[in-house]
Ligand binder design. Structure first.
Ligand SMILES: *Cc1c(COP(=O)(O)O)cnc(C)c1O
Length: 456
């Protein structure tokens, strides 16, 4: 009892100081127009800042999308044909690429691109640790070894200034990722790749319509790879694409995705049959029909996400301890697959990131702590123990402890474990007032951090 009363007084004192700082500091919440009597934290039984639903994902239109899908069904042509070809043509036009090949998913778009650029056993591929697992397993599937380049905390992207330290005689490619839908430092990455004669495969699996100096991401490297999985900004359920201006490479990709059968320049000797050792990665006509329908909405949705992300950023950027994503200066548009900011617990009376997320969720704001570090997970040592790796690399390179040592990414550890907070893309399809709810919830937690610290 005594203990409780004491802590409560301590809390009141701290909270009053925090309140004073808010009113003196012209904190951004004046903009958001939050009520300043927030009541109890929702996580401790108070009323949430937000109880309304968020925009649903995915979205579709009964009248148009269902019609297109049924048309495919009723045609009886379900395997790859004209609808897939139409989707490829539209996607190539949309990103400003000469060619596009639709494939089963983004993971296999990456694998096919790497394999057809000649990446394989014994090679090293530079990759950021701050990405979805698919980026790294794509490298392993080719037999190549991922080499991790640490993350730039401000942008959440691969830190291009650290690439050259990681080069070795085995380095054959860079696999930059436009993570969160924010373009990475492509200018610098392409420059390094050119001066060291490296291939570049862009993982644009979160980068639909993002741009650097008006040029779409996915069109800077030798190949760009996209994903259309259900959660993605262009959602088909499953699906992926490779884009490139290189006809010969795209012909090889086509052949590879179709059992290795002849295609385009890959005619082989007439009558000699299958020309390369391919696989089967074809998209279905149903998927392409949904893709075409979704594509009609992508531009407007991307514009809305950009406007809302910019507004939300302006609302939260002055809250102490909240540091929103930063874009590189040459970025002209982002895709905002996620809205990300860094959380500094020091400005929240030491409240842990996990407790901050719990409190924010309780206030009705969907959020997550994002990726875990990919440069130190068991899948890597599993690959190193495989027959192929054992045959392709000298023992020293497969020593897992030495690998972990060489691939440390301290900035990324900090980002993953302590700082990164994500808000999913569908929330950015809401209204200005929805963004204000997010900002007010963060402001409320900031104000009540002392109480949360004591009671959570
Ligand atoms: C989703 C994603 C992938 C993989 O795409 P799938 O279609 O799920 O196979 C690869 N890289 C990144 C960055 C992704 O977000």
């Amino acid at each position: 009892m005594l203990q409780n009363r004491y802590s409560r007084r301590k809390f009141l004192k701290r909270n009053t100081q925090a309140g004073l700082a808010v009113s003196l500091g012209k904190v951004s919440m004046m903009l958001a127009g939050c009520r300043q009597d927030f009541g109890k934290p929702a996580v401790l039984g108070g009323t949430p800042v937000r109880s309304k639903r968020w925009p649903d994902w995915p979205v579709w239109d009964r009248a148009t999308d269902e019609h297109e899908l049924l048309k495919v069904l009723r045609s009886g042509v379900w395997s790859r044909a004209s609808v897939v070809a139409d989707f490829e043509k539209r996607w190539a036009e949309t990103v400003g690429s000469k060619r596009c090949l639709a494939v089963v998913n983004g993971t296999n778009a990456l694998i096919a691109s790497l394999v057809q650029l000649g990446i394989g056993g014994g090679d090293e591929v530079l990759v950021p640790p701050y990405t979805f697992i698919a980026t790294v397993i794509a490298i392993l599937q080719t037999g190549a070894m991922p080499v991790f380049v640490d993350t730039d905390l401000e942008t959440f992207q691969m830190d291009a200034t650290k690439i050259e330290d990681k080069l070795s005689p085995r380095t054959k490619a860079i696999l930059p990722v436009h993570i969160l839908g924010l373009p990475c430092d492509m200018g610098r990455i392409i420059g390094i790749a050119q001066s060291h004669d490296l291939m570049v495969v862009e993982d644009a699996c979160q980068g639909w319509l993002a741009e650097i100096n008006g040029k779409k991401v996915g069109t800077f490297g030798h190949a760009g790879c996209f994903s259309f999985q259900n959660s993605k900004n262009l959602a088909i359920g499953e699906g992926g694409a490779i884009v490139s201006d290189d006809d010969e490479f795209m012909d090889r990709c086509y052949s590879y995705h179709n059992y290795g059968n002849p295609y385009g320049a890959l005619v082989g000797e007439v009558g000699s049959g299958t020309v390369i050792a391919g696989t089967k990665l074809r998209l279905t006509e149903y998927q392409a029909a949904i893709g075409l329908a979704q594509l009609k909405r992508l531009e407007a949705q991307t514009a809305t996400r950009n406007i809302n992300a910019g507004y939300l950023r302006s609302l939260i950027k002055d809250i102490p301890g909240i540091v929103p994503y930063k874009l590189y200066p040459d970025v002209t548009r982002a895709a905002f697959h996620l809205f990300a900011f860094r959380y500094m617990k020091e400005a929240f009376q030491g409240l842990s990131k996990a407790n901050f997320l719990q409190a924010l969720r309780a206030e009705g704001i969907p959020c997550s702590g994002g990726y875990a570090p990919l440069n130190k997970m068991p899948y890597l040592s599993h690959a190193f123990r495989s027959k192929n790796f054992q045959k392709m690399y000298p023992k020293e390179l497969l020593d897992f402890n030495a690998y972990l040592e060489r691939n440390q990414c301290p900035e990324n550890d900090l980002l993953c474990q302590e700082q990164a907070v994500w808000i999913p893309q569908n929330t950015l399809l809401g209204t200005k007032s929805d963004m204000e709810d997010i900002a007010c919830a963060i402001e409320k937690i900031h104000k009540q951090a002392g109480e949360l610290m004591e009671k959570l």
